[in-house]
Design a protein around this ligand. Sequence first.
Ligand code: NAP
Ligand code: MG
Length: 483
Amino acid sequence: MKKLVETLWINGKRVETDNIAIISNPSNITEQVGEIMVGSEEHVNIAVGAAEVAWKQWAKVSPEERATLMEKAANYIEENVDELAHLLVLEHGKVFNECKFEVMAGANILRYYASLKHHLTEDKVIENYQGKMVLTRQPIGVVSVIVPWNGPIVLGFLMIAPSLLAGNAVVVKPPMYCPLTLVKILSNIAKIFPEGVINVVTGSGSKVGNSMVKHPRVRKVAFTGSTEVGRDIMRNAADTVKNVSMELGGNDAAIVLEDATLDKKLIDEMVQGVFTMCGQICYGIKRIYVPRDKYTEFIEKFTNRADKIIVGPGLHPESIMGPINNKDQYEKIKKLIDGINDDQVEIRTVGKMAQGVSLTDGYYVLPTIVVNVRNSAQIVQDEQFGPVIPIIPYDSLDEAIEFANNTEFGLGNSIWTSDEEKAFKIAKQLQSGSVFINIHRMGASAVNMPFGGFKQSGIGRGHGVEGLLEHTELQAIIKRSDM
Ligand code: NAP
Ligand code: MG
């Protein structure tokens, strides 16, 4: 089979380098998936230069025409979805259905933002004693888009699509842990747009990412990733007063209410909310709070259901859950589990490996349920980002709300109940950008639902019209009435 080698893409051309990184398969670490050429700060300078020339022309192209090109890009993704999803499985580890869902989301996001074109042409007019004021939306210029490894296609396009529609040119940095599918898509769709509108510079966060943040001609940084790196980016963007959008980490709580019926549907939904994508979802369920008198029943039902999960390579017919994507994340999760040293705590390791697959073939972690754990434990307080779930009993609803809110994260939370009215009341007491009721899994956050974090989970909102406006500058034009 021909070796897969992806390159940088700058100003409408493939750009090759001597610096090559090998991408291996997290399901079978001895297997190489492909190679990626790695760029440098110099490539960032060239890409930003090209984007700076391109956006001035792109800004003059009508939103309708921009939308038409975005729809063509969506066609490319849809026409190649199976091949792209297959590649994503190999480099990411997620199971095929999860990868196909993610690749299709890339196309859906492009189409959704293309459909919002009228938001850029409908000026708001206000007339008063001073005269006439027109509020209009302008592009920002060159936007750096920095993408994490957990969902490179969906998260990449949630930043790229609104930026393109708004009339910006982008320089994209894919994650070094899972770059190939995103680079393949971007280098193919870049040809649909004028040269320099989409540029891709691969490389590490500390070199390429850092210079994409510091470059004086970059006007905005759109970032999705960890809170720690988000802080660093804000500091580095300060010197040139850049606009920043930050979609950061989360430690979402799921609160089961006293009135909830612990039936199959609820348990199925919650198990999916925890273990889909092997727990590597920013708004996955990361801690569960259950009323003390329902605790034993919940633990038994949840454990029995999670025990049905079969773990293995994403293309294995039996696999329901894949491995962790990379060694750093794998070691972090192992350390969190090994660090639990409270005698009261019971760690239940459930599920089984797919036939013919050994736990040590890749970065595999079996579903792990942490029972009788205190709320102050590190596994509860940290963002674990893996298939490990602490379940904590609570004594009163006020206590559960306090537990959920007592964190620097504020991305999402969920409420599990049969009482809709009560759920909406409690939702308004939770400090998070999203509150889900009786759902909290991949797809729960629709593309038209504004999404983002309170507190240290982010700045600004992605998805929806709000996500588009984040990629524009608001301009007020005023004309005096007496002249
Ligand atoms: P990460 O370590 O923060 O990395 C994200 C991206 O930033 C990568 O492309 C990385 O490059 C780059 N980067 C690292 N240091 C940088 C620097 N100093 N300057 C500029 N760029 C830099 O996050 P991750 O581990 O990939 O992703 C997992 C995290 O993302 C979790 O915390 C998760 O909750 C969060 N997340 C949030 C959302 C949301 O919507 N709120 C969505 C998904 C994920 P490398 O290629 O070198 O790693
Ligand atoms: Mg946690």
